[in-house]
Design a protein around this ligand. Structure first.
Ligand code: ADE
Ligand code: ZN
Length: 351
């Protein structure tokens, strides 16, 4: 909300209410369910790691990097994202990246996080799977013991690569299944439907892994149907375009399957023209279990709280809607029921 001149009483009470909601957003314990760890690489760390590893970046400085973060679509972003992750080489790089994200979680009262990683983004350039997972999981263990933040790790397959490469990645993951909660599907959506990955998702399910997939971010509702019916997913990442198909909306609502929605990502990748037209309220009103997440916070202008705050600014979400979204985050998590209930009680205590 912006002011010109002296606010009248109505403006003031609206302003106070909005500040109360933002205070609630800050203090309430939250879960994050959709965050690519490589997408939390802040420009400052990108420069430090480039120097540490002797890698040349095509940017003069941190400001030049930030200026380059103008995207017209998902592919525009992915080109920059894959280039950015090239500074991650050794185990301590993956540790430092993950630890920095966990400190953001601590500062924003995120008490549980489910983190994606893109092993093929590293193995394709000669970094061992082992190096990646050891660095990330060591930081996650420290996050639990030193910061009290619980976490799960989700291995994403890059959908622009073929199923054979995904199978090889799952082979590499097998010795580390005790560190991995689930598999996901990300990268360039259009032209790479979920049906391309049926077998590897079946195999992951057989190994006891949870299954999630990006679907309906840029791709059509048919991709969401495929993710549900062919990949047997436990959660839909994004899912915005599900709203174009009423039968699909009913199916998702009745199944209770959650959507991990990423408002600032949707804005920066032109999935929505402007946040005032973001469909999150429509999702809640349709009975969908929507959650709020940051996707790639270093690239899209904010972590979880900035995403909630941006929704409040654009849509004037109420305290009740915020609490519903936060509770959805815990309900849709892969925590056990007892832990979910503990967190939900703590959330209700903040209302
Ligand atoms: N990888 C990282 N962020 C992504 C997004 N928003 N969509 C698909 N793949 C991604
Ligand atoms: Zn994502």
């Amino acid at each position: 909300m912006t002011y010109s001149g002296t606010p009248n009483n109505n403006d003031l009470s609206e302003y106070t209410a909005m500040n109360d909601v933002k205070q609630l957003i800050h203090t309430v314990p939250k879960a994050e369910l959709h965050m690519h760890i490589e997408g939390s690489l802040e420009p400052e760390m990108m420069f430090q790691l480039a120097q540490r590893n002797g890698i040349a970046l095509p940017y003069a400085d941190v400001d030049a990097i930030r200026k380059a973060y103008q995207f017209d679509c998902l592919q525009d972003f992915l080109d920059v994202y894959y280039q950015g992750m090239s500074v991650l080489v050794n185990e301590p790089d993956f540790y430092d990246l993950t630890w920095a994200y966990l400190q953001r979680c601590k500062a924003q009262n995120v008490v549980h996080t489910e983190i994606f990683f893109d092993p093929q983004g590293h193995t394709e350039r000669g970094i061992a799977f082992d190096t990646v997972i050891r660095g990330i999981s060591r930081a996650l263990a420290d996050g639990q013991s030193e910061l009290g933040i619980s976490s799960h790790l989700i291995l994403c397959f890059l959908r622009h690569l073929d199923q054979r490469s995904a199978q090889e990645t799952l082979d590499q993951a097998e010795p580390y299944l005790h560190l991995i909660a689930g598999v996901g599907l990300d990268s360039s959506e259009v032209g790479h439907p979920p049906s391309k990955f049926t077998e590897v998702f079946d195999r992951a399910g057989g190994l006891g892994l949870k299954r999630v997939a990006h679907a309906g971010e840029e791709g059509p509702p048919e991709y969401v149907w495929e993710a549900l019916d062919l990949l047997h997913i436990d959660r839909i990442d994004h899912g915005n375009r599900s709203l174009e198909d009423r039968t699909l909306v009913r199916r998702i609502a009745e199944s209770g399957i959650a959507l991990t929605v990423c408002p600032l990502s949707n804005l920066r990748l032109a999935v929505v023209p402007d946040l005032a037209r973001h469909p999150i309220r429509e999702m809640l009103n349709a009975g969908l279990k929507a959650t709020v997440n940051s996707d790639d916070p270093a690239y899209f202008g904010g972590y979880v709280n900035e995403n909630y705050n941006a929704l409040v600014d654009a849509l004037n979400l109420s305290q009740r809607e915020i609490i519903e979204l936060v509770i959805n985050g815990f309900e849709a998590s892969f925590l056990d029921d007892a832990r979910k209930q503990q967190h939900i009680q703590a959330v209700r205590g903040c209302a």
